[in-house]
Design a protein around this ligand. Structure first.
Ligand code: BG6
Length: 522
């Protein structure tokens, strides 16, 4: 197995945040650092009804907003159509999920990358991307998830996308499952609740692993595998939210992930395969030992997945938790062996915010605003985004240190950025977008990463900001929660023709990549 080369050229005595006048800053990143951007098919690909693609879990999820939750639509055996709030949903067992008249489903269009991929990849090339993260839509390749043979048209689409990236010398990172599961699997047996989904997933992994052998630089198995505990629908296409369902989904996905690692290594021993966890730092609200313990326990919700995927076995605290919750859980010797032999080559994370733990009932009343229930307790030392997510670059440095100390495997930040309400304005006959907040956010996080590398010695492969081109928000389904370097003119009310425009951050990101982070100034 080829391992990542150590970054011998790291200059540990790099120039530390040299203030070069104004707000100019410098950071020294390793040679070969992977700069780029990240996306996911369910939020940007569109092309829903074309070339034999089957519907996915994300297609059946309606548009929401910060104050209006997204809903999932299904029909019950009495013919009634329902729309249940996605987070925390508990649909009846006879639910047949689908897309119905009269609902607004943002994933069906995404930003229509399906028809714009050449133009979009050219823009990524113009920025000098070293690496582009995308996901394959499983349902484009196996429309219901259960076919014996793949859909050739779907495979051809990804042939074309990969060829286009190669044209600009952009390495590709592919997430095999990013918030979309073929609806056929959900309607057949409850998707990832059922162990039969593992084999279907492995067939798909083998197909794409062989087809795109040598064309994908980094593979990720499941996006934010830990989010299934909070939103089984979004993450796993499962319509029930209980501790038992959560344990079953995790077991099946962890086994599928370990098998995928082995399949991809068998196809090509040089394949670099990683996991992906929605990660964050968690702080005790006070130095009361009870708060410190609560904070440590909160971190278990991240570490459980990292432990299994990096070390190859279930940690004792998780088994004890299942016991306390009355969850029925066991692993056969064969399953233990699969987990042991399917550990990942590197760990990847999304990082957006940190959180706070307290045991004080008075403090617990002050739950911060925020969607996805992610706001949690308000940290008085931090500012938050318009969607209530605490902005905390130091938390990223803490998170990277924690992961490096625990696992000693190369790390990759494959999502990070700020959702903002960008506007397009007309200046001198040109449409422009001044998104200074993105620049400020990314700069502070690059500085934190450089500190983690240069001061703490963390091994970090690269940094792929989320939504490098505006796309649909996963938690709210909105278009106007924008992350991109590229503005896409689609609006939540259905207007807009999807034209692409370079934002201020586009030019800034191009400069940062060109100088390998040495000049982070505006
Ligand atoms: C991560 C997901 O949770 O965060 C992405 O992997 C998602 O799919 C991103 O889009 C940002 O969240 P949101 O809700 O702002 O889109």
């Amino acid at each position: 197995m080829k391992r990542l080369e150590k970054y011998t050229e790291i200059e540990y005595n790099y120039i530390k945040w040299n203030k070069l006048g104004g707000n100019k800053t410098m950071a020294k990143l390793p040679e070969g650092f992977m700069w780029g951007g990240a996306t996911a098919a369910n939020q940007f690909e569109g092309g829903q009804f074309e070339d034999g693609r089957g519907p996915s879990s994300s297609d059946c999820t309606t548009r929401g907003s910060r104050t209006m939750p997204r809903k999932v639509t299904y029909k019950t055996s009495d013919g009634v159509i329902h729309a249940d709030v996605m987070f925390g949903m508990n649909a009846p067992e006879d639910a047949v999920y689908g897309v119905f008249e009269g609902y607004d489903y943002p994933s069906l269009q995404g930003i229509d990358f399906y028809h714009h991929y050449k133009e979009d990849i050219a823009l990524f090339g113009e920025m000098g991307f070293k690496c582009f993260r995308m996901s394959f839509n499983w349902g484009r390749i196996y429309p219901t998830g259960m076919e014996e043979e793949p859909n050739e048209k779907g495979l051809e689409f990804y042939d074309n996308v990969l060829a286009e990236c190669a044209k600009y010398d952009i390495k590709v990172m592919v997430t095999l499952s990013h918030y979309e599961t073929p609806i056929g699997l959900a309607n057949a047996w409850g998707s990832w609740k059922d162990a039969r989904t593992i084999d279907c997933f492995c067939r798909y992994v083998k197909t794409v692993g062989e087809r795109y052998n040598g064309k994908v630089a980094y593979w990720l198995t499941f996006n934010e595998i830990n989010i299934a505990a909070m939103s089984p629908w979004m993450s796993a296409g499962v319509g029930q939210t209980t501790p038992q369902v959560s344990a079953d989904i995790s077991k099946h996905q962890l086994i599928a992930s370990a098998k995928a690692v082995q399949i991809l290594h068998e196809i090509n021993p040089d394949n670099m395969v990683g996991n992906m966890v929605a990660y964050g730092a968690n702080y005790p609200y006070t130095c009361n030992p009870a708060d410190v313990l609560a904070s440590k326990q909160a971190m278990h919700t991240y570490h459980f997945y990292e432990d299994v995927q990096a070390r190859g076995y279930y940690p004792s605290y998780q088994l004890k938790k299942y016991e306390r919750e009355g969850v029925n859980f066991s692993l056969t010797d064969e399953e233990k062996e699969i987990l042991k032999n399917g550990t990942v080559d590197f760990l990847s994370i999304s990082y957006y915010m940190s959180s706070v733990s307290s045991t004080d009932p008075e403090i617990l009343k002050q739950v911060a605003e925020g969607n996805m229930g992610l706001g949690g307790l308000k940290n008085p030392y931090l500012k938050a985004s318009d969607w209530g997510w605490a902005i905390d670059p130091t938390g990223l440095r803490i998170a990277l240190n924690e992961l490096w100390e625990r696992y000693q495997k190369p790390l990759f930040v494959v999502e990070n950025s700020l959702g903002t309400q960008d506007v397009l304005v007309e200046e001198n006959g040109q449409k422009v977008c001044h998104d200074q907040a993105h620049i400020d956010y990314l700069r502070s996080h690059i500085e934190a990463m450089a500190d983690a590398i240069n001061i703490d010695g963390v091994e970090l492969i690269g940094y792929l900001p989320w939504g490098c081109i505006d796309l649909v928000s996963a938690s709210t389904g909105e278009m106007h929660k924008r992350y991109g370097f590229i503005y896409v003119d689609y609006q939540d009310d259905g207007t807009g023709e999807g034209e692409r425009y370079r934002k201020d951050s586009f030019y800034w990101w191009k400069k940062v990549i060109a100088c390998n982070g040495e000049d982070l100034s505006d």
